[in-house]
Design a protein around this ligand. Sequence first.
Ligand code: SF4
Ligand code: SF4
Length: 342
Amino acid sequence: MCRFITKHGLGALLRAAAGKYDVFVPAQREGRGVYTRLSSNGAAVETGPVRTVDPLKAFFVKPRECVAEGFSPVPPLTENRPLCVVGVKACDLKGFRIQDFVFAGEEFRDPFYCRARNESLIISSDCTSALDTCFCEAFDERPYPRGDFDLNLSPVDGGYVVEMGSEKGAALIASCPGAAAEAAQGQTEARDRQRDEVSAKVRRNLKEFQVPSQQALAESVERHYESTVWKEEAETCVECGACNTICPTCHCFLLYDQKDAARMVRFRAWDSCLMKGFARVAGGANPRRELSQRLRNRFEKKFSFFPKVAGEYACTGCGRCISACPGKIDIRRVMKRLSEHV
Ligand code: SF4
Ligand code: SF4
């Protein structure tokens, strides 16, 4: 059963959530969405028309984080409150599938990530628009969440249709009696119409940019491992690492030790496979000395390695790397060029 909550009701719900969680909501800055803390001044909450600029992963694996102190095997205590992130889009939820595989898999469980994941509350929302760079439908995703959320909000006239995806989500609704009523049939129909319209816009993007199908993507990196495409595309790369840091599925990190006033502290920081030193080993040998090899590695990992080991492409079609790349390297164009080779 779906519920309906007014905008005012959502504000009350999130203020109730703030009693337990650090609540982050999307806000518009210079025409783009970024996450910001829920304001305590009662300002209206928006769920945002499309994904934010900043990827969801930044809440769960921080760009730089202390992971050990004084050589102790016991992870340092953190005083962080549980997180509640609002307005998460389907493409960022898909990013969780890769991040979970890496940080909460069977072989290794990262205590910081697992704690943040277990304690957090995810209130996702449908996209009500699509950027020209959105191509989630290429991976059979949709611009609205179909799972992996605690609550999902679909904006309709006057408020939101609410779907409950977990007991945690249901408990939050129950903690605010009267905040959400049963959704009327007209409201769920309006939600479905809007979903179809946004899906159609994303599919028009696929057509316009001639994004290859999943079937064409499979194996295309392996088949064209020695293609000149890698060198040609790498010509404009400036090794800034933006494509990695902004990507909801990229997860590579560097560990380094630093001495503070009293003792050694170990930090984990995001790393980028486009950087020259990324694969360098002690003694100076570097298996990916050439920039074109590093660019190829990024695609190989996303479209060959992860489908094999995790059964998922490590790309959600969010388009962030397309917008962020100063070298104008468009992941859709690279994949199209590869899929066109015989
Ligand atoms: S590779 Fe680019 S389009 Fe794909 S998930 Fe990462 S940032 Fe988004
Ligand atoms: S964002 Fe573009 S220029 Fe920067 S490292 Fe990635 S591919 Fe290279």
